[in-house]
Design a protein around this ligand. Structure first.
Ligand SMILES: *Cc1c(COP(=O)(O)O)cnc(C)c1O
Length: 417
C-alpha cells in the first residue's frame, strides 16, 4: 500500500514556480494540475463507466478535461445539468441524481430525456407523470452509512439520501403504474469513507438487486473513495475494490442471464489531489503562546476545515524561493471577521496548530488537496469575491475562472425607491 507524502516547504506546483503563479494570477487562487485529473480517471479504468460526481469541482474547464479523459458525468441540480451540457457532454452521458426534483431540474430532465437516479419514491411518480415509459435507476439507502464526518455520511436512518432498502418493492409497484422500468441500482453511503465500509455495500447491492430482478442492466458503486490528506494515510487499493464489485456484478449477471454494467461515481478521488489553494501570508503574530499565520484566504474560499474539521496539508512557499526555514508550531487563519476562520482546526471547532516552516509576510501558503469540495463551496461571506481558478497543463498556466469583481458581488441587488 502506498502512503502519501506531503512536504511543508514547496517551491513548485505542477512543475511551475508557486511564487510566479501567485504573482501572475493574484491570491487567493485555486490551482489545478490537469495531469493528476487524467491519471485519476485512468486509475479507475477497470470499471465499465467512471461517472464524475461534478459537485466536487464543477468548473467547465475541469468538466471538459474529465470528459476528454473518458469519464461520464453526474448532475445533482439543474445548474449541474446545464454545466455538463455546456462542457460538451451529450444528454445520454449525464445522469441526474438527487433526492428531489425541483421544477427546473424536472424540466431539463424531460427536455433532454436524461436518465434519472431516483433518491425518493416521489420522484418516480413525478417523472412518470411527464415521461411515462422511462428507464430509471433507484438510489437505495442500504440502512447503514459511513463518511469522514457525520455530515458526509449518506446512509443509515439519519440520512435523507436514497430510498430506504425495504421500500424497493413499493417503488417497483409505483414504477409499474407508469410503465417505468428500473434498469439501474445505485448506492452511495458516504464521502471519504474507507474500504471496509465500502465493501459492505456489495452485499447489500446483491441482496437488493435480487429484489429488483432481471430488468437491471447497471449497478453503481457510488462515490466515496477516500484520498490521503496526511502523510500517515495510505491510498486505497483500487484493484481490490474493483475485484469485490466485479464479483458482485458477475454473480448478478449469472443469476439474471445477461451482462451488467458496473459504474463508479467518484468526486473527491478525481479532483482532490489535483488542486490546491494558494494564499499570501499577510501577518505573523503571537497571541499568548500561539503563533498565528494569517493569510488572505478564508473559509469563504475553502470551507472544509470549518465545516468538517477537515485536515488539509499545508505548505509554505517562500517568496524568495528559500528551500530551508526553521520550523515552528503555527495556527493558520484567514481574514474573516469570525473567530472560526481557522484552517488548522479539529472537528468541533477546536483550534489546533501545525508544524510548519516559519513564514514571513509576503510568503505564499498552499492549502493542498483542495481540488474537491474547495472552490465549489466558496461563498461571498464578508463580501469577499470568490477566488480565481487556474489550470496547469503541459507546463502552461491557463485562467479558467477570473477572480470575481465588486460588480459580480452586487449583481442582482436592488435598492428600491
Ligand atoms: C457526492 C456524491 C458522490 C461523490 O462522492 P465522493 O466522496 O466525492 O466520491 C457520488 N455520488 C453521489 C450521489 C454523491 O452525492
Amino acid at each position: 500500500m502506498s502512503t502519501a507524502t506531503f512536504s511543508t516547504l514547496r517551491t513548485q506546483f505542477a512543475g511551475l514556480p508557486i511564487a510566479d503563479l501567485a504573482r501572475q494570477f493574484g491570491t487567493p487562487t485555486y490551482l489545478y494540475d490537469a495531469k493528476v485529473i487524467a491519471e485519476k480517471v485512468a486509475d479507475l479504468a477497470a470499471f465499465d463507466v467512471v461517472r464524475y460526481a461534478q459537485k466536487a469541482c464543477s468548473n467547465l474547464a475541469i468538466l471538459d478535461r474529465v470528459r476528454r479523459a473518458g469519464a461520464l458525468v453526474d448532475a445533482v441540480s439543474a445548474g449541474e445539468i446545464r454545466r455538463a451540457l455546456a462542457a460538451g457532454y451529450q444528454p445520454e452521458e449525464i445522469v441526474y441524481t438527487a433526492d428531489i426534483f425541483d421544477a427546473a431540474a424536472l424540466e431539463l430532465a424531460v427536455e433532454h430525456k436524461l436518465h434519472v437516479n431516483c433518491g425518493s419514491p416521489e420522484m418516480i411518480d413525478q417523472l412518470g407523470d411527464v415521461r411515462p415509459g422511462a428507464d430509471v435507476t433507484l438510489r437505495v439507502n442500504p440502512g447503514f452509512g459511513h463518511g469522514h464526518s457525520q455530515k458526509t455520511n449518506t446512509g443509515g436512518p439519519q440520512s435523507k439520501h436514497g430510498i430506504w432498502h425495504d421500500q424497493v418493492d413499493d417503488c417497483l409497484r409505483r414504477a409499474d403504474q407508469y410503465g417505468i422500468t428500473v434498469t439501474g441500482l445505485h448506492m452511495h453511503i458516504g464521502s471519504g469513507t474507507d474500504l471496509e465500509h465500502l465493501a459492505q455495500v456489495c452485499e447489500a447491492m446483491e441482496r437488493i438487486a435480487q429484489v429488483v430482478g432481471r430488468t437491471l442492466t447497471t449497478i453503481s458503486a457510488g462515490g466515496g473513495l477516500p484520498v490521503p490528506y496526511r502523510s500517515t494515510e495510505t491510498y486505497v487499493n483500487i484493484e481490490d475494490y474493483f475485484r469485490l464489485w466485479d464479483a458482485t456484478r458477475n454473480r448478478l449477471a449469472e443469476s439474471f442471464g445477461h451482462a451488467l454494467r458496473l459504474e463508479i461515481e467518484p468526486g473527491r478521488y478525481l479532483a482532490a489531489e489535483a488542486g490546491c489553494l494558494v494564499a499570501e501570508v499577510r501577518a505573523v503574530k503571537k497571541m499568548g503562546d500561539n503563533l498565528f499565520f494569517l493569510v488572505d484566504a478564508g473559509f469563504n474560499d475553502l470551507a472544509r476545515p470549518v465545516m468538517y474539521g477537515a485536515y488539509h496539508p499545508i505548505a509554505i512557499a517562500p517568496r524568495d524561493g528559500a528551500t530551508d526555514r526553521p520550523e515552528v508550531d503555527a495556527v493558520v487563519g484567514g481574514p474573516l471577521c469570525e473567530s472560526g476562520d481557522i484552517f488548522t482546526q479539529k472537528e468541533g471547532g477546536y483550534v489546533d496548530s501545525r508544524r510548519l516552516p516559519i513564514a514571513r509576510v509576503g510568503d505564499y501558503l498552499l492549502l493542498e488537496n483542495a481540488g474537491a469540495y474547495g472552490f465549489v463551496m466558496a461563498s461571498n461571506y464578508n463580501s469577499k469575491t470568490r477566488p480565481a481558478e487556474v489550470l496547469i497543463e503541459d507546463g502552461e498556466a491557463k485562467l479558467i475562472r477570473r477572480r470575481e469583481t465588486f460588480e459580480d458581488l452586487i449583481r442582482g441587488e436592488i435598492i428600491p425607491e
